[in-house]
Design a protein around this ligand. Structure first.
Ligand SMILES: *Cc1c(COP(=O)(O)O)cnc(C)c1O
Length: 408
């Protein structure tokens, strides 16, 4: 892209050298051009590929009920919300959606954010002050990492899933400060699950607030797809969920008790100073939650988990073990930064798109191949992937690391 600068324009030399360094390390990112998408396939200029990259686990993004709801909302309210929710961006559809989310999750109230990234920034930056303490799992999503940076609190990163280390450091922090522990429930990169009951216990002991980000679990795991907190019978102080993954749409929410929700509506700058979630997205999410609660939702959940299981068992026969057992995420970690990209390119030649994650999404010097399963994948597509992965590993001469043991 840098080659096509208009003549006469100049950029600071450090931009060119930074980009050169990214290229040299094989870390340059450029967007793919998706010409069209169906629930399990995407079409690129090079042709059609089976899509194992989407977090649309239940294939609701293309469900006619969601599309129909979004179209009707666009007719009534327009494509965009026009203003922040604190001005005129909050419609009757938004009100219905927060009521529906709260009823579904058994929570007393909820508030919408335009995205999960903003929800995480909004929660942590409004709850913590300078000098407070924030404890964050080492594998937390970049939106939580950025929220920690912006929150101005003293941040302690605890080793992935390590509750006893968390407890030790909580015990050392002075009681007069606000203390917040933040973790994902189902971790996005490797599909590991947080030991939520133990974390909640340690928070209670040390009077820390617990924030759980259920971005990847909401809709797909737990009873009625209500997530891993629901499965554990746990109500964190603040529960963050997205509408953009298993719910197939866009946007996010935070569920908590009413004073918390009023507080966020008044204090969370990423909510206040950003245009509200568009009404069509609210309508699509309403339809998606109805589907998730229906028998159809139950069978979609069973289907995606069974497909993930099929992939795991086919590859176990080749001695290849994925992390993410019990989730729709199957991932392989490599101790070489370029391995996952090489595998991704090999798989593309076999009509498959799986995603290679490189630093800074994963630790420096490593890479990760992440496969997202969907209820819409056919058994044939999964078998094709299962045959292709061992070929890719052999071709590249790469050996995945053994998955870290999960706490649950
Ligand atoms: C995707 C993701 C987010 C961000 O959600 P968006 O709605 O895509 O902005 C936040 N947290 C986690 C754990 C995620 O995986």
């Amino acid at each position: 892209m840098l080659d096509s600068l208009p003549t006469g324009s100049s950029v600071p030399p450090w931009i060119l050298s930074d980009m050169q360094a990214l290229r040299a390390e094989g870390l340059m990112r450029e967007p793919l051009e998706i010409l069209s998408r169906s629930p399990s396939e995407i079409t690129l200029p090079e042709g059609k590929l089976i899509d194992f990259t989407s977090n649309d686990y239940l294939a609701l993004a293309h469900h006619w009920v969601c599309i129909d709801a979004a179209q009707r909302a666009a007719n009534d309210h327009g494509c965009g919300a026009g203003a922040s929710p604190i001005v005129t961006g909050h419609t009757s559809l938004h009100r219905k959606l927060v009521e529906r989310i709260s009823a579904w999750l058994g929570q007393s109230s909820s508030v919408l954010f335009p995205s999960g990234y903003q929800a995480n920034l909004g929660v942590l930056t409004s709850v913590l002050r300078e000098g407070d303490f924030l404890f964050s799992d080492a594998h937390n999503h970049a939106s939580l990492v950025d929220a920690c940076r912006l929150a101005r609190a003293r941040v302690f990163i605890f080793p992935h899933l390590d509750v006893s280390c968390l407890g030790t450091h909580l015990a050392r922090s002075p009681g007069a400060c606000r203390r917040v522990v933040v973790t994902e429930s189902l971790f996005s990169m490797d599909g590991s699950m947080a030991p939520l009951a133990d974390i909640a216990e340690v928070c209670k002991t040390h009077q820390a607030l617990l924030v759980v980000d259920e971005a990847h679990a909401m809709g797909v795991l737990g009873p009625e797809g209500r997530g891993i907190c629901a499965e554990a019978g746990l109500f964190p102080d603040l529960l963050v969920g997205t509408l953009s993954k298993a719910l197939g749409g866009h946007g996010a929410f935070v569920s908590a008790s009413p004073p918390w929700i009023d507080y966020l509506f008044n204090k969370a700058r990423p909510l206040i100073y950003s245009t509200a979630l568009p009404a069509p997205s609210a309508a699509a999410a309403l339809a998606a939650i109805s589907l998730v609660q229906s028998e159809e939702g139950a069978s979609l959940r069973a289907s995606v988990l069974q497909k993930a299981q099929l992939l795991r068992s086919l590859l176990r026969d080749h001695g290849i073990l994925f992390s993410g057992e019990g989730s729709p995420i199957a991932s392989l970690s490599f101790s070489h930064q370029r391995d996952a990209t090489k595998i991704q390119l090999f798989l593309r030649t076999r009509g498959i798109l799986a995603w290679a994650f490189r630093p800074p999404s994963v630790p420096s010097g490593t890479s990760r191949l992440r496969i997202s399963l969907s209820a819409s994948h056919t058994e044939e597509q999964i078998r094709h992937l299962a045959q292709s992965i061992p070929l890719a590993l052999a071709e590249i001469g790469a050996k995945p690391e053994s998955p870290e043991p999960s706490c649950q």
